[in-house]
Design a protein around this ligand. Structure first.
Ligand code: AMP
Length: 406
């Protein structure tokens, strides 16, 4: 079964092809083809990279006239030229799309039809940056892969079982009825980490209290009990919760009211300030990327130190809040760019939870490893580093659909 996955973002698009048998393997296999479009490197150009079996096969920079044309060009490398892995588009069995916002309506993955596309369009009011480009990916592939079933896999769906106490904001209920509530995001990654953690710990998901920490450019936590997400830090939008690379995370809403009253402020500027100019970047004045911040700290830069300290303070206090929601903790899982690669952040986050009997093995924490337990044997809480594989999770959803169409 050939499953194509598309993960379309505003400045980049990632796609991959899995070739699977009727049974899903225990461990995620390598895709047989991987491609990426990066629109952010040079204005007016797009860079297309195609990899086969971990080798970088082709890379080209093309004039970025139309996004659709570039996506078509990238997809054509599946059956044309030296990167061809199929003979024609009709060989693809199913296509999975990451869709950021599924609103109240979609609590699980769904076969895309005209109504689903219409709803994704309507939900763009809640996710104006993401849903329109997700739809663009869907509409481009449906023209090429005619009659191939396409599945929408929502980043919000994993959090669909939050209780009203966890998803309701304390504002007049008429706004809740308009859809202003906590949705939560990164659900595809949190779900993958839940399943992978259960496998690594050799325990059923229903038996575990987990906190999955997705810490990358965007950052969110999920509190998972009995396999369900019962609390999460992102909210109505991906801006809430943890301090992130360039997003502020939660701040006093009174600050927004104050800023909007200033003569030189408007809604667009405020949006840019909170989403693109804040977080690690805003405090350090250096970068949204943790690596140059750590470098600057080593060189004695006090603003970089403050950025790191605020980041860690936010991470610890949100982990504390997730523990309170769970009423205990069996495993803390770190994933995504920072979570998988920064022993400094993992150590700092864990330090204040030693009172729970959590003991980090500092040697294991320093070693690079994927899908490893970095707690000491005596630790009462396991600490896992898991390489998140959102594309694989999307492929699994599509595989389930092909086996038993919903
Ligand atoms: P992601 O959104 O998951 O791709 O994560 C991207 C972020 O991961 C970057 O902006 C960095 O802050 C962080 N990151 C990646 N590699 C490292 C590393 N070796 N050490 C610290 N942070 C890293």
């Amino acid at each position: 079964m050939k499953i194509l996955v598309l993960n379309t973002g505003s400045s980049s698009l990632k796609s991959c092809l899995y070739d699977l048998g009727s049974q899903l393997p225990d461990n995620p296999p390598e895709p047989i083809w991987e491609a990426m479009i990066d629109w952010s490197k040079h204005t007016g150009y797009a860079e297309i990279t195609v990899k086969l079996h971990q080798e970088k096969n082709i890379q080209e920079e093309v004039v970025a006239n139309s996004r659709t044309e570039i996506i078509q060009r990238m997809l054509a490398t599946l059956w044309e030229g030296e990167t061809a892995v199929i003979h024609s588009p009709s060989e693809i069995d199913v296509i999975g799309h990451r869709v950021v916002h599924g609103g109240n309506k979609y609590q699980q993955s769904i076969l895309i039809d005209a109504e689903v596309k219409q709803t994704i369009t309507e939900l763009a009011v809640f996710a104006p940056v993401h849903n329109p480009v997700n739809l663009e990916g869907i509409e481009t592939t449906e023209k090429i892969f005619v009659n191939v079933p396409q599945i929408a896999v929502f980043d919000t769906a994993f959090h669909a079982h939050l209780e009203p106490a966890a998803y309701t904001y304390a504002i007049p209920m008429k706004y809740t009825h308009q859809g202003i509530r906590r949705y939560g995001f990164h659900g595809i990654s949190h779900q993958y980490c839940r399943d992978r953690a259960a496998k690594l710990l050799n325990r059923p998901v229903t038996d575990l209290r987990l906190i999955t920490c997705h810490i990358g450019n965007g950052c969110s936590l999920a509190a998972i009990r009995n396999g369900l997400s019962i609390d999460t830090t992102m909210g109505f939008t991906p801006l809430e919760g943890l301090v992130m690379g360039s997003r502020s995370g939660s701040i006093d809403a009174g600050i927004l009211i104050h800023l909007l009253r200033q003569p030189d402020m408007d809604v667009e500027k405020l949006d840019r300030l909170l989403n693109r100019e804040s977080g690690l970047l805003g405090i350090s004045g250096l970068s949204p990327d943790l690596r140059p911040i750590l470098q600057a700290i080593a060189e004695g830069n006090s603003q970089a130190q403050l950025a790191f300290d605020v980041y860690v303070h936010s991470l610890r206090s949100h982990i504390g809040s997730m523990i309170a929601s769970l009423g205990g903790l069996d495993a803390l899982v770190f994933t995504a760019g920072v979570g998988e690669n920064s022993p400094e952040v993992r150590a700092a986050a864990c330090q204040n939870f030693e009172f729970l009997g959590l003991q980090l093995d500092h040697l294991k924490n320093q070693q690079r490893g994927r899908d490893v337990d970095i707690a000491t044997e005596e630790s009462k809480v396991r600490v896992l580093v898991i390489h998140t594989q959102e594309d694989w999770q999307i492929a699994c959803e599509c595989h389930g659909y092909r086996q038993s169409p919903k």
